[in-house]
Structure formats: C-alpha cells, structure tokens
Design a protein around this ligand. Structure first.
Ligand SMILES: C[S@@+](CC[C@H](N)C(=O)[O-])C[C@H]1O[C@@H](n2cnc3c(N)ncnc32)[C@H](O)[C@@H]1O
Length: 276
C-alpha cells in the first residue's frame, strides 16, 4: 500500500471525477427522499497543494490550477464544484468524501472507507464536523458487500481504487458486479486509468456482463501517451437523468484548459441503455 493520493490530488482526473460526483449528488438533492453515499476508497479527504507531494508532480497545477479563473455562467455542477473546492483555500484541495459530505442534507448519509490507517485517521478528522458522515478504516471492497443495499435504497457508490495491483481491473469488475447484485437501482461512479484502450474497453465489457441496464462512460485524454497518467475514464451505472448532457457541457468548457499542448480529447458515450 504505497499509493498516496497526495501526489495526484487536484489533477485532471480528480477534476472530472469530482465534477461528476457533484452532478450526481445535485441531482439526488432535487428530491427530499434521503440518499446514502458509499465511498469505498476515500483517501484522506483534504490535500495540501503547497506540500512536498503536490510540488513533486505539479499535477494539481495542470488540473484545478487551470480552472481558477473560469467565469460564470457555468453549468451548475461545475459552478458548485469550483465553489466547494474554493472553500478549502487555494493551497488545499478537497477529496471525494469531503465534497460529498458538504452536499449532504440532514436526511442523507456518507460512509467513507479507507484502508490505509494514516489516511483513514486524517479522514476521520476531516469528516468530524459532519454529523451524517462516518469513516471506516477497512477494505472498501469487502465493506461494499456489507453496506449494500443501503436502508435508504437510494444512493451513490463511488469506487476509486489506486490501481497499484496488476489485477485491479479484475478485482474491480468483480466487486462492481457483486455490489450491483445487492443494489441494482443504485448509481455507481467508477474511476479507471487508461493505459491501454483495449484494457479499459475490456474492463467496461467485463462489468457490463453483469447485465447492467444503464451505463455511460466519460473518458478524457489530456495529452498523447507520455508514460505518465494522461488518460482516465469514469464508468457510471444508472446515471441520473441529464447527467450525459451535463458532462458534455462541462467537458466542452474544461477541454481547452485541461489539455496539455492542445485541447483535451473527451468522450461521453452510452454503453447500455438510453443512447445506445
Ligand atoms: C485514488 S485514491 C482515492 C481518492 C478519493 N476517492 C478522492 O477522489 O479524493 C485511492 C485510495 O484508496 C486507498 N485504498 C487502497 N486500497 C484500498 C482498499 N482495498 N480499500 C479501501 N481503500 C483502499 C488508498 O490508500 C488511497 O487513499
């Protein structure tokens, strides 16, 4: 367990993933019915962009750092994301559990699972002010099976593994299928790196073999293959109504800023249901 998200916090992949997270939770908030958020690989919740880790990679500078001067009018999801990110100050960046916690209403709930003990301890401090948010220091994959279905029967499962293990795609696909069997009406936001398009396609195909009725993917490439992580994807199961057009609008605005040496290439496409 060497992965530390501090090296990557606020990079292009975080930006796209966190705007998608905000878009989904804003949609949930349109109805009074309570929702649950399960964040299986939560990280520490708040990252220091002025520290050694961020300085070493400079990734935040080419991610959130490129968006600070975006002017309104903006799509609501992007506007809300930028406001929430700004609340942490210019030198800090909020992770997925802090962003989700800030969007909970009194009737909603967040369970954030983090395996690394130090990261989990920091996360518990970050989430302490949020009464409806809890932290678990545990294996997110194992906990998913216990936490689903949530009693609310309405919610988002965010799965954002570190991809340190060579068989993470296989583990992830199995975990998503197991989770979906327990909670087929939930929305799932699943992050993956794209080192090879065929591996990414294979992963999405493997997940969808579980019989998912609605699946959309959002893929972003910020530069030609440089050996660094320049491409990533989101597989979204049961996306809320209008999520595809929201992400298209957002990516049109973000592509010129996140691209390195030219606009980023983005793709929002249905793999099952709706637009297929
Ligand atoms: C990509 S980071 C998460 C970033 C976070 N979701 C965000 O968007 O701010 C992955 C995290 O998963 C943690 N991790 C690794 N294996 C895990 C497991 N089996 N269960 C839960 N957490 C795990 C790592 O310590 C790391 O903090």
């Amino acid at each position: 367990m060497n992965y530390r998200h501090g090296y990557h916090a606020g990079n292009f992949a975080d930006v796209v993933k966190h705007v998608a997270l905000v878009a989904i939770l804003l949609h949930f908030r349109k109805k009074d019915t309570p929702f649950a958020v399960i964040d299986s690989h939560a990280g520490r919740g708040l990252y220091d962009l002025s520290g050694e880790m961020a300085a070493k990679t400079g990734e935040a500078e080419s991610g959130i750092g490129k968006l600070r001067d975006l002017a309104p009018p903006l799509p609501e999801a992007l506007d809300t994301y930028l406001r929430l990110a700004g609340e942490s100050g210019a030198d800090r960046y909020p992770g997925s559990p802090l962003i989700a916690a800030k969007l909970l209403r009194p009737q909603d709930r967040l369970v954030a699972v983090e395996k690394h003990p130090e990261e989990a301890a920091l996360l518990a401090q970050v989430l302490h002010p949020f009464r409806k948010a809890s932290t678990e220091n545990a294996d997110g994959y194992a906990r998913l099976l216990k936490l689903l279905p949530p009693p609310e029967r309405r919610g988002l499962v965010l799965i954002d593994p570190p991809f340190e293990a060579t068989d993470e795609f296989e583990t992830l696909a199995r975990a998503v299928q197991g989770a979906y069997r327990r909670f087929a009406t939930g929305t799932y936001l699943i992050w993956y790196p794209i080192k090879s398009q065929s591996a990414a396609d294979g992963f999405c195909g493997e997940v969808l073999a579980g019989g998912m009725a609605k699946a959309l993917r959002v893929e972003t490439s910020v530069a030609p293959d440089t050996g660094k992580m320049t491409r990533s994807g989101l597989l979204v199961l049961n996306p809320p109504y209008g999520f595809d057009s929201t992400m298209k609008d957002v990516m049109t605005l973000l592509a010129p800023r996140l691209g390195q040496g030219g606009p980023a290439q983005t793709k929002v496409e249905w793999l099952a249901g709706e637009g297929v």
